[in-house]
Design a protein around this ligand. Structure first.
Ligand code: IMP
Length: 424
C-alpha cells in the first residue's frame, strides 16, 4: 500500500509529525520536492529533530529514506542532518538513497537568493534564502545545472564549475557590485560532498519501482503546502517546486495511479510565512494569541508566521487538486481559550460569493472572507485521547470543517508529541 501526505495550506501544517507516526506501517519514506527550505519538526521522547532535507521517517531506524529527482539537495544541510543523527546513534548507512538526478544547491544559489530578495525591497517574496529558486532556475535553464551524479566525475565537474562561476560572477558584479566568488572554493566543497555523499547516491526511480514490485509499502512525504505550488499555488508568492500532491509523479518517477491513499494535513487555523495575500489573516490580538500559543515561528528561518482563521475555501481547493481522501487536523489545542472561532466558508469577490479558491494572486488579494462563527472552548486539550472526550464545541468545530471541506477528519493533533494524537 502506497500513500502520501501533503500540506493543504501554505506549509508548516505539521506534516512531519504525521509522517513520523504513519511511517510505522511502511518500509520506505520519500521526499519528492523542495529542498532545505522545508522544516519538519519531529519529537521522539526527549529528542527534538528539526529536519530540512531528510524525510521525517528517518528517525525510525527500520525505514529506508529516499530523496528523489525533483528535490534540490543542499549537501551542507544534509551532511549536518546526517551528523545530528549520528550523534544520537541513529545511522543512515544503507538506508538513505539520494537520486543521482537531484540538483545540487551550491553557495552561489544562496548568494543569488539573498541578492535578489534584497534588491526587491518591499516587493520581496520573503523566501527562506536557501537558494531554492536560483537552483530550480538553473535546473530549468539547463546550462548551469549540476546534479548529484556529477559528483562522480570531479574533473568534469571542475570544468563545469569554472563556466558557471564565471557567468555568475559577471551577473553578480554587474547587477549587485559584489566581490567575485571562487570556483576553487566551491570545487573543494564539492570534493568533500563527493567523499561523503556518493555512497548514498543512486537511481532512485529504479529503486522505487523495484520496491513496489516487491510489495514494499511507500509513504510519499510532501514538503511546503499545496498553496505554495509553483503552478497551482498563489504565484509568485510560492516556492519553486510542485509542492502539492500533483508533484509526486514528476518528482519521484512513480505514477499517481500507484498511490492508494492521499492524506492532507491542515492546521485547525491558517498560517503563512513570507509575502502574499492571506484572506483570513488576523493581524491583531487573535493572530498574536495563536502565534504565541502555537509557537508559530519558522523551523527554518525563525520568522514569526502570519496567523489567521481556518480557510475552508483554500483547504477545499487543495483537497480537490490533490484528490485527498482524509484530513489530519493539527494544533487543535492551540485554539483553546478563544471565546469564538471562525471558519471561512466562502469568499466574496465583486459582490458575488464563491467557494472555489482563486489560485491567482490578483483575484485572491481582492476577496473578503465570509465567516461562520462557532462558540469556542476553554479546556486544555493536550491530554485528550478520544474524539468523544473533546469539549462539544471542539467536536462541533471539527464536524463543520468536515462539512465545509467535504472530507473526514481522521487524525487530530492536540500537542507536538506522537502520543498527543487522536485517531478516529
Ligand atoms: P523559497 O522556497 O525559499 O524560495 O520561499 C518561497 C516562499 O515559500 C516564501 O514565502 C517562503 O516563506 C515559503 N516557504 C518555503 N518553504 C516553506 C516551508 O517549508 N513552510 C512554509 N513556507 C515555506
Amino acid at each position: 500500500m502506497n500513500s502520501c501526505i501533503v500540506g493543504l495550506q501554505w506549509g508548516d501544517e505539521g506534516k512531519g509529525k504525521i509522517v513520523d507516526i504513519l511511517a510505522d506501517n511502511c518500509d520506505i519514506v520519500v521526499r519528492y520536492s523542495g529542498g532545505a527550505n522545508a522544516g519538519h519538526t519531529v519529537i521522539v521522547g526527549n529528542d527534538r529533530f528539526a529536519l530540512h532535507l531528510l524525510p521525517s521517517g528517518a528517525v525510525r531506524q527500520n525505514i529506508v529514506c529516499v530523496i528523489t529527482n525533483a528535490v534540490v539537495v543542499d549537501p551542507e544541510t544534509l551532511l549536518k542532518e546526517i551528523e545530528t543523527f549520528q550523534q544520537k546513534n541513529i545511522t543512515l548507512t544503507d538506508r538513505l538513497l539520494i537520486s543521482e538526478n537531484a540538483h545540487i544547491v551550491l553557495d552561489y544559489h544562496k548568494i543569488e537568493d539573498q541578492l535578489r530578495e534584497e534588491s526587491l525591497g518591499k516587493n520581496k517574496l520573503g523566501t527562506t534564502v536557501r537558494g531554492i529558486g536560483p537552483c530550480y532556475a538553473d535546473k530549468v535553464g539547463r546550462n548551469h545545472a549540476l546534479r548529484m551524479g556529477d559528483l562522480r566525475n570531479l574533473q568534469n565537474l571542475r570544468e563545469k564549475l569554472q563556466t558557471i562561476v564565471e557567468y555568475k560572477n559577471k551577473i553578480f558584479e554587474a547587477l549587485y557590485n559584489t566581490e567575485p566568488i571562487s570556483a576553487d572554493t566551491i570545487f573543494k566543497k564539492c570534493k568533500s560532498y563527493a567523499d561523503k555523499l556518493l555512497s548514498f547516491t543512486t537511481d532512485t526511480t529504479e529503486f522505487l519501482h523495484k520496491s513496489i514490485a516487491d510489495g514494499k509499502s511507500i509513504l510519499f512525504e510532501g514538503a511546503q503546502g499545496t498553496l505554495l505550488d509553483i503552478d497551482h499555488g498563489t504565484f509568485p508568492f510560492v516556492t519553486s517546486s510542485n509542492s502539492s500532491a500533483l508533484g509526486i509523479s514528476a518528482g519521484s518517477g512513480v505514477p499517481v495511479r500507484m498511490i492508494d491513499k492521499f492524506i492532507g494535513v491542515a492546521k485547525a487555523y491558517t498560517t503563512r510565512v513570507g509575502a502574499g495575500p492571506f484572506p483570513t489573516e488576523q493581524d491583531n490580538e487573535i493572530g498574536q494569541y495563536i502565534r504565541d500559543k502555537g509557537g508559530e515561528y519558522g523551523t527554518t528561518t525563525g520568522r514569526p508566521r502570519r496567523c489567521g482563521w481556518f480557510d475552508a475555501v483554500a483547504v477545499s481547493y487543495s483537497v480537490t487538486i490533490g484528490a485527498i481522501d482524509s484530513i489530519a487536523l493539527m494544533h487543535l489545542d492551540t485554539l483553546s481559550g478563544l471565546k469564538d472561532v471562525n471558519i471561512c466558508k466562502a469568499y466574496k469577490i465583486n459582490g458575488k460569493e464563491t467557494s472555489f479558491f482563486p489560485a491567482n494572486t490578483n483575484k485572491l488579494a481582492r476577496v473578503s472572507p465570509v465567516y461562520e462563527t462557532i462558540p469556542g472552548w476553554q479546556q486544555d486539550l493536550t491530554d485528550v485521547k478520544d474524539f468523544h472526550d473533546l469539549p462539544n464545541n471542539a467536536q462541533n468545530y471539527i464536524c463543520r470543517i468536515e462539512e465545509t471541506t467535504g472530507k473526514p477528519v481522521t487524525i487530530i493533533g492536540v500537542g507536538p508529541k506522537r502520543t498527543q494524537t487522536i485517531f478516529r
